[in-house]
Design a protein around this ligand. Structure first.
Ligand code: NAI
Ligand code: MG
Length: 351
């Protein structure tokens, strides 16, 4: 029987509440599809930072290196600056394991009310592919003259031919397996060096993928179209910052950020990939047992797909669709009054 060794990093806040449901769903899917998983859990979090001065140990990446995949809840908590929690854990894992593609699927499910009248269930079904290791989220820059009137901050965006090309190739390949439509997010009218370069590389890679019809939109207009006509998209490819913003917007279009999943992929499989819901640690509802576990569960389905269990992943997304379409069991963010545990039971029943 196939066996996988999974690293679990629940993190902070509701991260610790949504990972156990995801783990149960993975085990249930495994029992049906003939694979097993063992888990090693890590307490890396803001709590650990407060206790020991670091989000994870110095050899953290080495502890994860031999795992088949990483399932992460969320990190961040009031009292620890967000750039500390992000740069102390998530970003080192994404970069150290060359997880240069961030895949964020968006679907409006039947039974979930989108805030948009135009978002018809079944019609809105697209994927944001975000560049995940360079671009605007760069360590290059600095601060000068702190505390003086001439104080300044400089941050350089870094776009490399290799880095942009590989994420574009992933996105075009994904579009070729879906509806063969790709939209590139740009802003080459205002940002005159990096984004014209991005556009050139899109045209170059597009020529290598003739089956895919592609276009490009400036990020401001694209944001408006996500709201006005979300059904028009199939694969949207974007730089690190643009993809981050677009995928939260898209998650809101889908009805709740609590549903949205993400995969941080190292497509070459030289390192483990990491799967995590898009949402954060939600300190406003943490500890009450009402977090929506769907983002974590769907992320676990993406993990199983990556590990070669497509049928198991499809079963899980079908169970998600079924619980939303056929029952009124749902957590408060989706207008229901069920707890995380009640919702998970119902989903397992349908699985
Ligand atoms: P958030 O996603 O934690 O919460 C935003 C809003 O959505 C809140 O009202 C929250 O209650 C609600 N929400 C989020 N997930 C939900 C779920 N599964 N079920 C029900 N409601 C849900 O974003 P926020 O408040 O901006 O950030 C809180 C902390 O999380 C910060 O420290 C931030 O840095 C961190 N964060 C971490 C991320 C990660 O680990 N990947 C991503 C985003 C934020
Ligand atoms: Mg984000």
């Amino acid at each position: 029987m196939t066996h996988h060794h999974i690293a679990l990093i629940p993190g902070d806040g509701i991260g610790t509440e949504v990972l156990p449901p995801a783990q149960r769903v993975v085990d249930a899917a495994g029992a049906r599809h003939g694979f097993t998983c063992s888990y090693t859990a890590y307490d890396w979090s803001c709590e650990r930072y407060a206790r020991e001065g670091a989000m994870m140990p110095a050899d953290g990446l080495d502890q994860l290196r031999d795992k088949d995949a990483i399932l992460l809840g969320a990190v961040g908590y009031p009292g620890v600056p967000d750039h500390v929690s992000l740069w102390g854990l998530l970003i080192p894992i994404r970069r150290g394991f060359r997880q240069y593609v961030n895949v964020r699927p968006i679907r409006v499910f039947e039974g979930v009310e989108s805030p948009l009248r135009a978002a018809v269930p079944g019609e809105v079904d697209f994927v944001v592919v975000r560049e995940n290791v360079e671009g605007e989220y760069s360590e290059i820059g600095g601060r000068l003259n702190r505390g003086f009137a001439e104080e300044m901050a400089v941050q350089e965006a870094v776009f490399t031919r290799a880095g942009v090309t590989r994420v574009l190739d992933y996105a075009f390949g994904l579009a070729a397996r879906r509806d063969r439509r790709l939209t590139s997010a740009t802003k080459s009218n205002g940002i005159v060096h990096t984004l014209p370069f991005w556009d050139e590389l899109v045209a170059e890679r597009g020529a290598e993928h003739p089956a895919v019809v592609w276009d490009q939109e400036h990020i401001d207009a694209l944001a408006a179209k996500f709201v006005l006509d979300p059904a028009r998209f199939d694969v949207v490819v974007a730089s690190n910052l643009f993809g981050d913003i677009l995928s939260d917007l898209a998650a809101a279009v889908a009805g709740s950020i609590g549903i949205a999943p993400a995969a941080n992929l190292n497509p070459e499989r030289d390192f483990p990939s990491m799967f995590e819901p898009v949402h954060g640690s939600a300190p406003d509802i943490a500890g009450r047992g009402i977090a929506n576990p769907l983002g974590a569960i769907w992320s676990a389905a993406l993990m199983l797909d990556h590990l070669g269990h497509r049928a198991a992943a499809d079963d899980i997304t079908a169970a998600i669709a079924a619980v939303l379409a056929k029952t009124d069991v749902r957590t408060p963010d989706l207008g229901g009054d069920s707890t995380t545990a009640e919702f998970t039971e119902k989903l397992l029943e349908l699985l």
